[in-house]
Design a binder for this molecule. Structure first.
Ligand code: B4P
Length: 190
């Protein structure tokens, strides 16, 4: 199985590149952001709780997202592999993912981190906020909170994969196709 973690701050291009990767490699896309927005649009209790946090740029509790990922892994046992987009976002989530995959005799092949500076992130998210309808994209203060949460809780996840010799960093600024070509060169090596 090819299991890739696409990593980077909010607005780095994880969702954008995931769409292209699933087309090219036939992998299953697991985006915790999309799963949470699905719960919100269905008005489930989990979604109502998550919305309060997401609208303020905060992370949703680890046990909630780990449970969602576990269900999705169980539901897609026979796939060629997964793209983890926006997960793991804390070291506790990364540790839990290793345990979940081990029970399925699988593991993460590698992490690909998209590097983008804060000014460009804010510009992209505000632009998307004009027509995405996402409350967390519409307000500069919430965007800055998301970037702060990333630096505080998510950036250390890179160290977790560096220790396992699975970390790859690439420039996330440039055309979507240029960045995709760089990602594919790494994915092909796996
Ligand atoms: P997510 O849905 O994961 O999304 P994201 O951080 O907003 O962004 P992404 O990096 O995917 O952006 P995209 O490529 O689409 O998270 C939302 C919230 O959910 C979090 O804040 C948190 O509250 C919660 N959550 C999710 N997962 C969680 C977890 N595991 N634990 C706890 N909480 C969790 O790109 C952004 C924009 O840039 C787009 O408009 C795109 O068109 C543009 N763009 C992309 N590539 C570009 C390029 N090369 N040049 C110019 N623009 C580009």
């Amino acid at each position: 199985m090819l299991n890739l973690v696409l990593f980077g701050p909010p607005g780095a291009g994880k969702g954008t590149q995931s769409q292209k990767l699933i087309e090219k490699y036939g992998l299953i896309h697991l985006s915790t952001g999309d799963l949470l927005r699905g719960e919100i649009s269905q008005g489930t209790p989990l979604g109502l709780e998550a919305k309060k946090l997401m609208d303020h740029g905060k992370l949703v509790p680890d046990e909630v997202v780990i449970g969602m990922i576990s269900n999705k892994l169980d539901a897609n046992k026979d796939g060629k592999g997964f793209i983890f987009d926006g997960f793991p976002r804390t070291v506790a989530q990364a540790e839990a993912l290793d345990v979940l995959l081990e029970t399925k005799s699988s593991s993460i092949s590698g992490m690909i981190a998209l590097e983008v500076d804060d000014d460009e992130l804010e510009r992209r998210l505000l632009l998307r906020g004009k027509d995405s309808g996402r409350p967390d994209d519409a307000n500069p203060e919430v965007i800055r909170k998301r970037i702060h949460e990333y630096n505080d809780k998510t950036a250390p996840v890179a160290g977790f994969y560096k220790q396992q010799d699975k970390f790859n960093s690439i420039n996330g600024i440039g055309s979507v196709d240029e960045i995709f070509a760089t990602i594919c060169a790494i994915a092909d090596a796996y």
